[in-house]
Design a protein around this ligand. Structure first.
Ligand code: GDP
Length: 296
């Protein structure tokens, strides 16, 4: 049977209720459970180690309350510390306050959900009365351009007429000019992905960034890739200085610990989460929701 962290800690602290303080000794087993829950949720092991140490320091010496069980007290500490690690209630909204057209560049590995997220984001922006232009700039994956055009048609949002024999940098530059001339206030650039980070891809993305100077560079991460997501995010962040993350496929089994790791390691906020294949399955990120999901 699957138990959540609260149930597990109730068992660990069975004997401690209503007496004394939490000590190194009586909290040891509880911290082991916390560590396991985080590792099972795909939080990177280094992040887990530092985090558990923080919880230990905060918990040891804490008076055991009459009103809460020791287990509940530890869960509360863990919950609060995780929310604070994720940036608490800091504003995760997009920074689009600039002279239009404002560019949002979407980057990530192939299959992460970039193209789908471009469509979802365009829909989200349209609902906020913005006028986005979708720009396919992946000229390598067959059908990537059509895929975005199809999404655009479904949404009633224009897709720039990129050609697969053009240089992606030229596509993006021309698309921004087109947006300016035709009254679009936002351009969403759907860039190419690969199965892994390589130099060719990265230099192309750097060239696009340098040419366009996008207001946001969103790294699209597949929550199902777990611990690996943080390495990939670091690679993209080092080369491109991303501004935020879209964590996709949180409708699956993944608990989303990757979000914690990416924030802890790269210091970049998760701005949106993807919760399905449909175009309305995008939510603005809330730290407390993700933390509740991780703790079960
Ligand atoms: P790209 O190669 O990064 O552009 O990835 P795509 O946008 O083509 O997405 C790859 C697959 O993941 C497609 O089958 C999408 O429908 C699916 N996908 C994207 N986002 C989500 C999501 O949030 N949840 C689920 N379940 N599937 C998603």
């Amino acid at each position: 049977m699957f138990e959540n962290l609260s149930d597990k800690l109730e068992l660990v602290f069975k004997k401690l209720r209503g007496q004394g303080v939490m000590t190194e000794d009586n909290i040891k087993d509880a911290l082991r459970e916390v560590r396991l829950v985080l590792l099972e949720a795909d939080v990177n092991f280094k992040v887990v180690k530092e985090f558990v140490e923080k919880v230990r320091v905060r918990a040891v010496g804490t008076q055991v309350l009459q009103s809460l069980s020791p287990g509940q007290q530890v869960v509360k500490i863990v919950h609060d510390e995780l929310v604070s690690l994720m940036g608490g209630d800091e504003d995760n909204s997009l920074d689009l306050a600039a002279k239009p057209p404002v560019a949002i560049m979407m980057v990530g590995l192939q299959g992460a959900g970039k193209t789908t997220s471009c469509g979802k984001l365009a829909r989200h922006l349209k609902s906020q009365r913005r006028n986005p232009l979708l720009v396919p700039a992946d000229v390598y994956r067959p059908a990537a351009i059509e895929q975005l055009q199809t999404l655009g048609r479904q949404l009633g949002i224009e897709t720039y007429a990129s050609k697969s024999d053009q240089d992606p940098v030229v596509i993006c530059r021309d698309a921004v000019k087109y947006a300016e001339l035709n009254g679009f206030d936002t351009v969403i650039l759907d860039t190419a992905g690969r199965h892994q980070i390589d130099d060719f891809l990265m230099s192309e993305l750097v060239r696009i960034r340098d040419e366009i100077d996008p207001r946001e560079i969103l790294f699209v991460a597949d929550a199902m890739t777990g611990q690996e997501a943080v390495n990939v995010a670091s690679g993209f962040n080092e080369r491109l200085a991303i501004s935020g993350v879209v964590l996709t496929k949180l409708d699956g089994d993944a608990k989303g610990g990757a979000a914690l790791s990416i924030k802890a390691v790269c210091g970049k906020p998760v701005k949106f989460v993807g919760l399905g294949e449909k175009l309305d399955a995008l939510e603005v990120f809330h730290a407390d929701r993700l933390v509740s999901r991780i703790l079960g």
